[in-house]
Design a binder for this molecule. Structure first.
Ligand SMILES: Nc1ncnc2c1ncn2[C@@H]1O[C@H](COP(=O)(O)OP(=O)(O)OP(=O)(O)O)[C@@H](O)[C@H]1O
Ligand SMILES: [Mg+2]
Length: 842
């Protein structure tokens, strides 16, 4: 079915023949047929089922080279004799792997549910009526109804169109919209000239159409290219984590090898030595890192969801926490976005029914993308009065005008409305008080402009309105000249009451605000002042274009309000701010915001935005509200802070512990810990480690943007590694030289010390305050208590024997408790010293 038509040749096939080939009809497929095709399509494209995806995830847990090596070694040792140990080791590895798997699956499922909420929907004919279908549900033979702002979900043929203009820049790089219409086009022509085809991934700029779906999924032009394009760039945090993981892994492998060679040199039994160094390597490797990151991010995503923010790409949560400048549009964010017509007046400010009708005809008959301004005018509910539409010139963000040509029995009129300045600039005359047309003199122009400024400063959104008589019915952009200025459309869009409070909140979180709008300077300035910006600096689009890129970097930093901007200028502003090392968020919902959303570090859109904006964004707000944004930033910072805790802990305590065990093995006549005990330590501490992702975070860590700082981590690792090793040495000394313990009690002592210090360090490092002054998360307290309890109880339990654990006397336990107490006190002191010093260094 899908291949019959041929991937790109369908432009020359007559539409009727396409219908036959695709076995479908003008009014679409039936629901049953569509379901049938979807099944076949999924098979053909090998769409991965949920089960398969999760199975893969399960395998990945065990496909860690270190774990595999260990399994091989264990199996070998079992064959050669020591089978009971082998079972225990395999069991511990299995549980550890399942734990990671369970975490990742849960996180993944929750994330998928969230993504479903903001899934893109397309209007499709099924059983002859229109239904909304998600992109993945579109099949060949479907008939689509398209409107401005829609993303085209498949490769299609246009079967009906009305002024359809499509942006194909994703495919051709050409950003000027191309007109599309039904017909047949030679198959050998280049892509850009196939005016009867629509390609997946491009989007409708204006007009409407019906289109027949020919190719879907990986068979589309875009699908074939996409294989090489799907790699999204890593965020700074992801990159940091990945490098850090490799760094730890390298150290681990080198250490394990050194230990192995040294142990062999000291003539320890071969298998013991191999198992010991492999268990150490497994213990040291930050194997939970991916699980913790995913968990921290998805926990963040779930909490954000409660605050009406949907995360489209999990890893961008950390970016969210790092944001320090927010660029936002005006409509719907600063204002209610609920535009209403306040009045429609002539050039002298007097209400007029004739001009009211012109404004309404223009808004009612236009066919471009839905927008709040036209919606407001349409709701005046006037009647056509015998007028009918001839044609239109759709709105675009450069002209900032929209023209519609109409006719009735007596006349043909060309009606233009748009941003005031852009309308006045195409007018040479004005409708005078007695209804005549007179040329615009300098005085009159002055008066018209003054009135416009007065309306704007009063908080109105002002559009200009102009008309002219048409000689014939052929119209184009060049007709927008020598027009007659007839009046103003006054719209009101009240400021949001919550805007000021939200902006103050964001400022407290050290996030700067910049308003970027296409509206005029007076209205923008008015809004900025109303929401509490003091002496805002305003830059208009025209002046911005005169600045060199270097000058803009400086100017953008100082400017609070950018007005009268065009889409590419919005993008330039974002890029200029990034050059000053800001992490920039951009919030917008229009086609004209897409370039800026893409350029920003954090692209934000809203659920009722046009498809293209939603698609470009990393975050989608269910409600367009700055208060929501502040909450989202908190969650981002929280996820970041919790991930950092885990990194501090694995690098500090875990690593230090394993390192000293390794060193001790060189000086002891027996192993300081058995391989199974090392893995057990690892497993017991994994439970509390995993709950760190959901831990509470101190308020003072949330007021500043988080930043990935490898230096800080490295210094921390050295400081706490040394601290930890010092206590290990003390343990070593007391257990071996003071108490002269034999193998099993010695190992037990060290096992207890290792588990409990790793738990204690969590509580020290999780806050920068005094340990008892910050309340930890409930789950963390519970899992940590269980871990400590296990460390104490296991040596006394029936499992003690198979785990090789035993306690020699109570003095041994008391000594360890004293040791742990000093560990906490010095650890606290060290923390204070460390963060104070790193703060001083900046
Ligand atoms: N449908 C329309 N008809 C006529 N004029 C329009 C229309 N839409 C917008 N304009 C004019 O163009 C100006 C810029 O609008 P645009 O939509 O480009 O702004 P924006 O950057 O999206 O601003 P915002 O901050 O309000 O989202 C508007 O202030 C208005 O004067
Ligand atoms: Mg907008």
């Amino acid at each position: 079915m899908l291949t019959e038509v041929g991937s790109r040749q369908f432009s020359a096939v007559p539409v009727e023949q396409l219908y036959t080939q695709l076995k479908c009809a003008k009014d679409g497929l039936t629901t049953g047929e569509a379901a049938e095709r979807l099944k076949r399509q999924d098979k053909l494209f090998r769409t991965e089922s949920q089960f398969k995806k999760e199975l893969k995830l399960l395998f990945r847990q065990f496909f860690n080279p270190l774990v595999l090596l260990l399994v091989v070694a264990v199996l070998l040792s079992a064959i050669l004799g020591e089978s009971s140990d082998a079972y225990i080791i395999l069991f511990i590895l299995l549980v550890t792997g399942l734990l990671g798997f369970w975490q990742e699956v849960n996180a993944g499922r929750a994330f998928d549910r969230l993504k479903k909420m903001i899934e893109m929907k397309h209007t499709v004919l099924r059983n002859g009526s229109t239904v909304e279908v998600a992109t993945a549900g579109i099949v060949a033979g479907d008939v689509l109804k398209l409107a401005a702002g829609d993303i085209i979900p498949a490769d299609c043929r246009v079967v009906e169109s009305d002024e359809l203009h499509v942006n194909e820049s994703t495919l051709t790089g050409e950003s000027y919209p191309v007109e599309k219409a039904p017909g047949e086009v030679d198959a050998t022509l280049p892509l850009a000239r196939k005016h009867n085809c629509l390609w997946q991934g491009t989007n409708v700029v204006s007009g409407t159409a019906r289109a027949l779906v020919v190719n879907t999924g990986s068979q589309t032009l875009f699908g074939q290219m996409a294989h090489s394009l799907t790699q999204t760039p890593e965020t700074a945090f992801e990159k940091g984590i990945r490098r850090f993981g490799f760094f730890l892994l390298r150290i681990t492998i080198i250490l394990a090898l050194v230990i192995l060679i040294a142990n062999l040199y000291f003539k320890k039994p071969l298998f013991d030595a191999v198992l010991f160094s492999l268990a150490l390597a497994v213990g040291m490797a930050p194997e939970l890192l991916p699980a913790i990151m995913t968990f921290a991010m998805s926990a963040g995503a779930r909490r954000m969801m409660k605050k009406k923010v949907i995360v489209k790409k999990l890893s961008s949560i950390f970016n969210f926490g790092e944001m320090n400048v927010l660029c936002t549009d005006k409509t719907g964010t600063i204002t209610e976005g609920n535009v209403k017509v306040k009045d429609i007046v002539d050039a002298y400010g007097i209400a007029s029914n004739e001009i009211r009708l012109y404004a309404w005809l223009n808004a009612y008959l236009q066919n471009g993308f839905p927008n709040p301004l036209d919606k407001a005018i349409v709701s005046l509910n006037l009647s056509l009065n015998g007028y009918e539409k001839i044609n239109e010139i759709p709105y675009d963000f450069i002209r900032k005008r929209l023209s519609v040509a109409v006719r009735n029995e007596q006349q043909r009129i060309f009606i233009t409305k748009g941003a005031f300045t852009n309308v006045l600039e195409v007018c040479t005359s004005v409708r005078s008080k007695n209804g005549d047309t007179e040329p615009i003199s300098a005085d009159i122009r002055d008066e018209i402009e003054k009135r416009f400024i007065a309306y704007s400063e009063d908080g109105c959104r002002v559009l200009g309105l102009a008309v002219k008589q048409l000689e014939n019915e052929k119209i184009n952009r060049r007709d927008e000249q020598q027009m007659t200025f007839v009046g103003y459309i006054l719209l009101e869009d009240p400021l949001k009451e919550s805007a000021q409070a939200s902006i103050e909140k964001l400022e407290k979180m050290h996030i700067g605000i910049k308003i970027i709008t296409g509206d005029n300077r007076y209205a923008a300035l008015h809004a900025a002042q109303k929401i509490g910006m003091k002496n805002p600096v305003v830059l208009i689009g025209e002046d911005l274009d005169k600045l060199s890129p270097e000058a803009l970097v400086i100017k953008a930093k100082q400017t609070d309000v950018f007005s009268e901007t065009e889409p590419h200028q919005k993008e330039r502003i974002v890029k200029a701010l990034q050059k000053s090392h800001f992490t920039v968020a951009y919030l917008g919902d229009g086609i004209n915001d897409v370039a800026a959303i893409n350029a920003a570090d954090i692209g934000i859109s809203t659920n009722n935005a046009v498809d293209v904006a939603k698609e470009a964004a990393d975050f989608v707000f269910l409600e367009k509200d700055l208060a929501v944004l502040a909450e989202g930033v908190y969650e981002g910072r929280r996820s970041f802070a919790n991930s950092m805790k885990y990194i501090f802990i694995t690098t500090g305590a875990t690593f230090g512990n394993m390192l000293s065990v390794a060193c001790a093995s060189l000086f002891l006549p027996f192993l300081p810990m058995l391989p199974k005990q090392i893995l057990l330590t690892n497993l017991i501490t994994d439970f509390p480690f995993l709950t760190i992702a959901a831990d509470r975070v101190d308020e003072d860590q949330l007021t500043m943007p988080g930043q990935w700082n490898l230096n800080l981590i490295r210094n921390f690792m050295i400081t706490y590694g040394l601290h930890s090793s010092l206590f290990d040495l003390a343990t070593f000394y007391i257990l071996y030289f003071h108490f002269r313990l034999s193998e099993s009690p010695f190992q037990t002592g060290w096992f207890m010390e290792s588990v409990i210090t790793e738990i204690l360090i969590i509580f020290i490092v999780r806050t920068r305050k005094f340990i008892l002054k910050s309340k930890p998360g409930k789950l963390l307290v519970i899992t940590s208590s269980i871990a400590v309890l296990m460390a104490v109880v296991l040596p006394l339990s029936p499992f003690a024997d198979i785990l090789g654990l035993s306690i020699a006397h109570t003095r041994q336990v008391i000594a360890i408790i004293l040791l742990l107490l000093t560990y906490v006190i010095t650890g606290e002191w060290l923390k204070r010293w460390f963060f104070k010093r790193s703060a001083q260094k900046g």
